[in-house]
Design a binder for this molecule. Structure first.
Ligand code: SAH
Length: 218
């Protein structure tokens, strides 16, 4: 799906996401502004187009409007000091934005099952202001099956899933903190972006945000 927030440059892209009410969190916009999407898109790609871009190995970096929506939906759970898990971290772009939001008092974990993408994502993040988080070991990206989450860093205030799960993985729900929130695309041929809130009493509330199209969580 392509959208209408294309920019001539990165600042214009971020500004258009804000103007269209997609990137509604000022904290998310500030962090996003610092992570140039160009560093995460192959040279022949169109980094400032509001559309997914192919990054190899059957993966794509999601469209900026999807990143903007997900960041805004998760922003209250990405405050400094909080912990976040990015499942299917792919290019590493969103993982880096999450890292800047939770900062060095927080913890950012990315999980991706294609080792080459993990290596590339780390090289890209090293060129951004989130680099210091890698150095300080407050941001890590692991080669692993994201359906299992990442127990070592659990529980998480925020979980983002960047690929569509056929069904909601129990392990990810288990790894959410009380009052934590997960944003996850669920479905096969037809997919919904689902918000999963774990309430203070441990009960789960699911809200369908919108129809989406993501690559599958395999
Ligand atoms: N948020 C990422 C999305 C990348 S596309 C970005 O914008 O760059 C989805 C990613 O999920 C792909 O990189 C794919 O390799 C990965 N993926 C799919 N199934 C997975 C699984 N079971 N465990 C970990 N990663 C998975």
């Amino acid at each position: 799906m392509s959208w209408r927030c294309h920019g001539q440059n990165y600042a214009e892209l971020v500004s258009n996401l804000q103007k269209h009410g997609i990137l509604s969190s000022p904290e998310a916009a500030a962090a996003m502004s610092k992570i140039d999407r160009k560093l995460f898109v192959p040279e022949d790609g169109l980094p400032y187009n509001d559309a997914p871009q192919v990054i190899g190995f059957g993966a794509t970096i999601s469209a900026p409007h999807m990143h903007g929506y997900c960041l805004s939906l998760l922003a209250d759970h990405l405050k400094p000091g909080m912990s976040v898990l990015d499942v299917g971290s792919g290019s590493g772009y969103l993982t880096a934005v999450f890292g800047l939001m939770v900062g060095e008092t927080g913890r950012t974990v990315g999980v991706e099952h294609i080792p080459e993408l993990v290596d590339r994502s780390i090289v890209a993040i090293k060129q951004t202001p989130a680099s210091y988080l890698l150095d300080k070991d407050h941001l890590n990206i692991y080669v692993a099956d994201g359906k299992l989450g990442y127990v070592d860093g659990a529980p998480y205030d925020a979980i983002h899933v960047g690929a569509a799960a056929a069904v909601l993985p129990d392990a990810l729900v288990d790894q959410l903190k009380l009052n934590g929130r997960m944003v996850i695309p669920v479905g096969t041929s037809s997919q919904d972006l689902v918000i999963v809130d774990k309430l203070a009493d441990g009960s789960i509330r699911k809200t369908v945000e919108m129809g989406v199209r993501y690559v599958p969580l395999v």
